[in-house]
Design a protein around this ligand. Structure first.
Ligand code: SF4
Ligand code: SF4
Length: 416
């Protein structure tokens, strides 16, 4: 694609990166076929190719309108288009750059600003979110149905007594993120991680961090998100920098956070104080499925002999299958652990959670959730499992079938 970027951006880091990305797009439109918003809305400007054109126009200095912002806002950043694209277009980076320019030029309504402020300030603060969830659970009968459905079930007392702290001191160590929305909403996920890795002779360290930055980044608050990333690196660095700490990996149980940490190196590459540290942190990041696949022989030796298990439907989050390009590991581990996997059609499509999308684009988000649940429940599985907190709570809000993190199933098998 030919480009002619405007003076305001062409000689900047973002301008050079956007120009290179735009030039890789050959305008073939293959990406539209796997884009959830294009499938729902049927508008070229709600598909990746159209959005790429909109961003090109913005960066070439053409007028920007609220309509441009709406089409970019409707993008889930699911990256399904990147998996499909034969030219390797790094769409998500172009979108980041395009959204930042559009948001500087098109003011948001007070209501939109307030929603984004509350989400950006509330969800990353674990204690605040924990308190809000506890109050919400208490008031559930009086809340609007849509809000009540977003609340997780009350956390069983047995799980509260197992807060994901190291169980035994081991020579092998991995870091896990300590404070995030997941810990407030489903604390049993990281508790299960600690128990599983403990059985494998690996200690989980949880230095106090805060949000990894994913949430604010996806809300468009990119500078605040970069500060979240720097703070997280500062919390982890003493353990990474000290060879005697023996940290092998940063193990992530939420694939959305895992993708963000994997991209610290890319996002902080122009920050002289953090570029090298960020690259090292990204190189150490692993999804829990990669860690357990690496330990599969030892893990299987600990599991009881497989009996007949409940049928389970697995939803692969976009941040796992498209963002991190991890496919098939979890399915293989669940089958090896004795679970029967239900077939799921259109597994490449987003469930509509997409960070804060369910709050900022509730109508589209609900349509995508209901389509996803129809495919997940087509064979009436006993359970749905996934690998990201956002997908877990979003899917659970639309079904009575329990939706859980897949490592909880492995943890339960180990406890049998
Ligand atoms: S992003 Fe890729 S698939 Fe989509 S139009 Fe461009 S080259 Fe084709
Ligand atoms: S990231 Fe997802 S929603 Fe956005 S253009 Fe690509 S496929 Fe469509």
């Amino acid at each position: 694609m030919q480009t002619d970027l405007a003076d305001f951006i062409k000689d900047t880091d973002d301008g050079r990166e956007a120009d290179a990305i735009l030039r890789t797009c050959v305008h073939c439109g293959f990406c539209n076929a796997t884009c959830p918003t294009y499938q729902l809305l049927g508008d070229e400007l709600d598909g990746p190719r159209g959005r790429i054109y909109l961003i090109k126009q913005v960066l070439e200095g053409q007028p920007v309108s609220r309509r441009t912002q709406v089409h970019l806002d409707r993008c889930l950043t699911c990256r399904s288009c990147e998996t499909t694209c034969p030219s390797g277009v790094k769409y998500h980076r172009l979108l980041d750059i395009g959204r930042a320019v559009v948001d500087q030029r098109v003011p948001r309504s007070p209501a939109d600003k307030a929603t984004r402020f509350v989400l950006g300030e509330g969800i990353p603060r674990q204690e605040m979110l924990q308190s809000a969830v506890a109050i919400g659970q208490w008031l559930r009968p009086f809340l609007p149905a849509a809000l009540a459905a977003k609340l997780p079930a009350a956390i069983p007392a047995a799980d509260r007594t197992r807060p994901g702290k190291p169980l035994t001191v081991h020579a092998r160590r991995m870091i896990a993120i300590s404070s995030c929305g997941q810990q407030a909403l489903t604390p049993n996920t990281n508790a299960a991680l600690s128990r599983i890795l403990d059985r494998l002779g690996i200690e989980v360290l949880t230095p106090a961090t805060g949000c990894c930055g994913a949430l604010r980044y996806h809300l468009g608050a990119q500078e605040q998100a970069l500060d979240d990333m720097r703070r997280t690196i500062d919390a982890w660095w003493p353990y990474i920098d000290d060879a005697s700490a023996g940290v092998e990996a940063i193990v992530m149980t939420a694939s959305g956070c895992g993708l963000q940490v994997r991209e610290y190196g890319e996002l902080l590459k122009h920050d002289p104080a953090y570029a090298a540290k960020a690259a090292r942190v990204s190189a150490l990041a692993r999804d829990v499925s990669e860690v357990l696949a690496g330990e599969q022989k030892e893990l299987l030796a600990l599991l009881p002999q497989a009996g007949a298990r409940q049928p389970v439907a697995f939803h692969s989050p976009c941040t796992l299958q498209h963002g991190q390009q991890i496919r098939g590991l979890i399915e293989a581990l669940l089958v090896a652990a004795g679970y029967e996997l239900s077939p799921v059609a259109d597994a490449h499509l987003c469930c509509g959670s997409a960070g804060t999308y369910s709050f900022t684009q509730p109508k589209l988000s609900k349509q995508l959730r209901d389509k996803k649940l129809a495919t997940l429940e087509a064979t009436s599985p006993a359970l749905i499992v996934t690998a990201n907190i956002g997908c877990q709570t979003h899917l659970q809000s639309g079904t009575a079938t329990p939706v859980r993190h897949w490592i909880e199933l492995i943890d339960e098998r180990l406890a049998e």
